[in-house]
Design a protein around this ligand. Structure first.
Ligand SMILES: Nc1ncnc2c1ncn2[C@@H]1O[C@H](COP(=O)(O)OP(=O)(O)O)[C@@H](O)[C@H]1O
Ligand SMILES: O=C(O)C1=C[C@@H](OP(=O)(O)O)[C@@H](O)[C@H](O)C1
Ligand SMILES: [Mg+2]
Length: 174
């Protein structure tokens, strides 16, 4: 354990900033279990995220996302990798900030497109990854700013990002 207090570490940020990957690394480093919100949603829904979007629509996904998030945040001592749109509801942000130490991951448009632009697992990027990433970043311009710490991941490996987060975490007071 990195700290005596059983804080949750909550990762937020746009698609492709590395929340799932860095979350797994942080879990290894801290011994806290990794909870990936999308994986849990997919498990609960019984189908992959793209199928959920296609068959039930985004509003249904967002309702499920909010419910699973609330459930998961009742725990203590987890690494929570959220999905990029989990910050779109204010209530979700309030819960995350109240129940965890929130880290926002950032990356340039170029890096995001090169990391996830071709990935069919991200339905919101279908039909033109670069323009979709730009549009979403524009819509979400300040959505990630409530984090306790903001980390630019561009040009850094997941290991470097994880180490940087832990340096902040060990020095944080909450
Ligand atoms: N710091 C990084 N540098 C380069 N590639 C990365 C980095 N972090 C993640 N990736 C890669 O980018 C892709 C998306 O990462 P992922 O963790 O799924 O992002 P998110 O959960 O934020 O959408 C994966 O292929 C992953 O290996
Ligand atoms: O940004 C978004 O709205 C989304 C991000 C995805 O998660 P990642 O950020 O882990 O890719 C996933 O929750 C879904 O496709 C919607
Ligand atoms: Mg993810």
């Amino acid at each position: 354990m990195v700290k005596e207090k059983q804080d949750n570490i909550v990762l937020i940020g746009m698609m492709g900033t590395g929340k799932t990957t860095v979350g797994a690394r942080l879990a290894e480093e801290t011994g806290y279990p990794l909870v990936d919100l999308d994986a849990l949603i997919s498990e609960k829904a019984g189908c992959p995220i793209p199928q959920l979007f296609a068959e039930r629509g985004e509003p249904y996904f967002r309702d499920l996302e909010a419910a699973v998030l609330k459930d998961v945040l009742a725990q203590e001592g987890i690494i929570l990798a959220t999905g990029g749109g989990a910050v779109l509801r204010e209530e979700n942000c309030r819960e995350m900030a109240a129940r965890g130490w929130v880290v926002a991951l950032k990356a340039t448009v170029e890096e995001i497109v090169s990391r996830v632009g071709e990935d069919p697992g991200r339905p919101l990027l279908a039909g033109g990854a670069r323009s979709r990433v730009e549009a979403l970043l524009d819509q979400r311009r300040q959505a990630y700013d409530f984090a306790h710490v903001i980390i630019d991941t561009s040009g850094k490996s997941p290991e470097e990002v994880s180490a940087e987060i832990l340096t902040h975490y060990r020095g944080s007071s909450n």
